[in-house]
Write a protein that binds this ligand. Structure first.
Ligand code: PLP
Length: 406
C-alpha cells in the first residue's frame, strides 16, 4: 500500500453507471433480491456486495467509506450522519454497563458531555486526564477500562497527543486506542502510529464547505462489521446513518482536501507567527513555544503543515466578543462555531463549543474566558488579512502601538 495518504486517496477510481467520472449516487432506501435466500443471508451478514437497506449500508456510503479508509490507512470505514454519531456508536459498541473509559480532558465539548453526563445512564465512568502525561493516563486505567480516547490535536486547546506512546500503553493493557483526528486530516496518521480506531467529524476540514454534518469511523473490517450488525451494532441500531446524497457530495469535496489543508496550515502558521511576535498569547502547534510542537513534528506529514486552527487569548470575554464582532463587520470571517471552511471562523469556546465543561474545569485545563478559537480560512492574501485583523486589535486596545508594526 502507498504510504502517503494523499496518493492513496487520489489512486481510488470509481466510475459511474454510464462511465461517469463520479460514481452514480444511490437514491434508494431499500434493495431488491432475486432470491429470498440471499436476503436471509444478507441479514445474517454472510453476503459480500449485497445491499439490504440504506441504514445498514449503501453504495454511496461505501464509496465514501473506502476513500476515508484510504485516508487513514485502515481496512475499511463506516460513515455516519454526524461526528457525534460516529463517536457515540464507537463508545457504545466498546463499552457496556459498569465499564470505564480513560479520556483526554480536552476533547470536543459534545464528546465530553456524552462521556460525563449521558454515559451515567449506563453506569459507564470516564476518567478525564491530561493526555500529554503518559504516567497519568496509565494511573487512570482500571480493570474495567475498555478504551483510551483522545483527539490527535485537541479542541479547543490544541494539545497534541503522543499517539505512539499512548498506543504502546494501550497495547500493554490490551485496550483499543481511539483517536479523533478531526483537526489534523492528512497531517497525522494515527493508525501508522499504533492507534486502533480513527474517528472524524467530516463536517469540518474533510467536507470543507460547511453545508452538512457527517462523521466516520475508520477501523478493521471486523470492528466496522460489528458496528453494522443487525442484532447488536450500535451504528445500525442507533440509526445515525449518513444519507447517500450527502455521502456523494462529501466524496467530491474530499478530492481537494490535500490542497485545502496546505493552504489552511500556511495561512494559520503565518498569522500565529506574526501575532506571537506582536506579543499576543497565541497557541499554535507550529510555534516552537507550543509544548506539543516537537511531538507533532515527529508524528506528522510535514507537507500538510500544523493545521488551520489557532487560539489567541485576548484577556477577557468582553474583549473577545468585541473583537469577534468587529472582525465580522470588517468581513474577516464569521462569528460562528465549527471549522474547516474557506472563510475564517471564530468563536469563544468557553461560552460555545466547550460550554458543556464546567467553568472550574475549564480554568483548570487552561481554557480561559478571553480565548478565541480561529479556524483560519483559505484567504488568498493572508498578509492583508493580518494587517486588517491587527487594525481591529488596535481599535480595541488589544494591541498597543508599542508592538511591531508591519
Ligand atoms: N470531534 C471534534 C474534534 C469536533 O470539533 C466536533 C464538532 O465540533 C465533533 C467531533 C462532533 O462532530 P459533529 O458536529 O459533526 O457531530
Amino acid at each position: 500500500m502507498d504510504s502517503k495518504a494523499s496518493n492513496r486517496i487520489q489512486d481510488l477510481q470509481y466510475f459511474g453507471e454510464f462511465g461517469g467520472i463520479n460514481p452514480s449516487v444511490s437514491d434508494s432506501s431499500t434493495y431488491t433480491f432475486l432470491s429470498a435466500k440471499t436476503m436471509f443471508d444478507t441479514f445474517e451478514g454472510n453476503t459480500e456486495g449485497c445491499y439490504l437497506y440504506s441504514r445498514h449500508s449503501s453504495p454511496s456510503n461505501l464509496y465514501l467509506g473506502e476513500a476515508l479508509a484510504a485516508l487513514e490507512g485502515t481496512e475499511t470505514a463506516n460513515v455516519y450522519a454526524s461526528g457525534m454519531g460516529a463517536i457515540t456508536s464507537v463508545i457504545l459498541q466498546l463499552c457496556g454497563n459498569s465499564d470505564h473509559i480513560v479520556s483526554s480532558r480536552t476533547v470536543y465539548g459534545g464528546t465530553y458531555a456524552f462521556m460525563k453526563n449521558f454515559l451515567k445512564r449506563f453506569n459507564i465512568q470516564t476518567a478525564f486526564v491530561d493526555i500529554t502525561k503518559i504516567a497519568a493516563v496509565e494511573k487512570a486505567i482500571t480493570p474495567n477500562t475498555k478504551m483510551i480516547y483522545c483527539e490527535a490535536v485537541s479542541n479547543p486547546l490544541l494539545e497534541v497527543a503522543n499517539i505512539e506512546a499512548l498506543a504502546q500503553l494501550a497495547k500493554k493493557y490490551n485496550l483499543p486506542l481511539v483517536v479523533d483526528n478531526t483537526f489534523s486530516p492528512l497531517s497525522i496518521a494515527p493508525i501508522k502510529l499504533g492507534a486502533h480506531i480513527v474517528i472524524h467529524s467530516l463536517t469540518k476540514f474533510i467536507n470543507g464547505t460547511s453545508d452538512c454534518v457527517a462523521g466516520v469511523v475508520c477501523g478493521t473490517k471486523d470492528f466496522c462489521l460489528q458496528l453494522k450488525d443487525v442484532n447488536s451494532g450500535a451504528g445500525m441500531l442507533l440509526g445515525s446513518t449518513l444519507d447517500s446524497l450527502r455521502a456523494a457530495s462529501i466524496l467530491k469535496n474530499m478530492r481537494t482536501l490535500h490542497i485545502r489543508m496546505k493552504k489552511h496550515s500556511e495561512n494559520a502558521e503565518y498569522l500565529a507567527k506574526q501575532f506571537e511576535a506582536d506579543g499576543l498569547r497565541v497557541v499554535y502547534p507550529g510555534l516552537t513555544s507550543h509544548p506539543g510542537h516537537q511531538t507533532m513534528k515527529a508524528q506528522m506529514d510535514t507537507s500538510f503543515g500544523f493545521g488551520g486552527l489557532l487560539t489567541i487569548d485576548v484577556g477577557s470575554l468582553e474583549k473577545a466578543n468585541a473583537l469577534m464582532e468587529l472582525m465580522q463587520t470588517e468581513k474577516l470571517g464569521y462569528l460562528a462555531v465549527s471549522l474547516g471552511f474557506y472563510k475564517t471562523l471564530f468563536s469563544a469556546p468557553g461560552t460555545s463549543t466547550s460550554s458543556e465543561i464546567p467553568e472550574e474545569e475549564q480554568l483548570e485545563m487552561g481554557l480561559s474566558n478571553g480565548l478565541i478559537r480561529f479556524s483560519i480560512g483559505l484567504d488568498n492574501d493572508i498578509h492583508k488579512t493580518y494587517s486588517q485583523m491587527k487594525s481591529c486589535m488596535f481599535k480595541l486596545d488589544i494591541l498597543t502601538e508599542k508592538v511591531n508594526t508591519i
